[in-house]
Write a protein of this length. Sequence first.
Length: 290
Amino acid sequence: MSWRKLLSAVVVCAAAALAAEAAPIKTLIVDGQNNHPWAATTPPLEKMMEDSGLFTVDVATTPPKGQDMSGFKPDFAAYDLVVMNYTGDRWPEETNAAFERFVADGGGLVIYHAADNAFPDWPAYNEMIAVGGWGGRDEKSGPFLHWKDGQIVRDTSPGRGGQHGPQHEFALDVRVPDHPVTKGLPPRFMHVADELYSQLRGPAKNVTVLATAYADPDKRGTGRHEPSLMAIDYGKGRVFHTTLGHAGPQLKSVAFIVTFLRGAEWAATGEVTQAVPDDMPGPEKPSVRE
């Protein structure tokens, strides 16, 4: 090969690489049923993702609770990332199978807040989320998961999965500072008043607990450091699970915005290109964006 042809090939490869880096992450938010206000949370989730310049977003909304679900068949394979803002009726088996294939084949998945309440009887989904709560989850669902003495504890004690006390401000402690999602974040940072999920339990396979929050007994907590941000491997796919973000006000928290966007990018690509913003809170007080 002549040097001119070699140079041309290098230029083409470099251009292709730049184009690939610039390509937006095609994202699908699934909503339509939830025990939380999905209609008030999907729009700000969509906006913050698109405003980042990294994502393009579509929304797939299921029929209302109790209605015919047979026609709900999103084309998951057309996307790089699915964000679950859903807790409700089971999907058609065809849709379940397509969703499982999407993640197992390398698709990215974000489990957002109450989406870890969903589908307690769907084994694959419970492996994707690692741990969840409510919906009849108990010791048959898998162990409780919490952090103690610098490591993950899998507690097989009996008891129902899932609880939270009143909304209150709390700090998140980064447990894996070299993961792409948490790299560069303050070791401790504050979040606005929110539900602090605790006693989550499930298969807890292939999970890395990225950050925890202390569930204060004075706030009806467990007295344990509970998982708040998690990274899960499912087949070739990556899952980011955040327990934060009860409703619209919580989605203004910089702690939520930064970790959600970083987790979503990582789930879709395996990398995080976003810099830590100047308004990222530290351990003293939360910060918000209006």
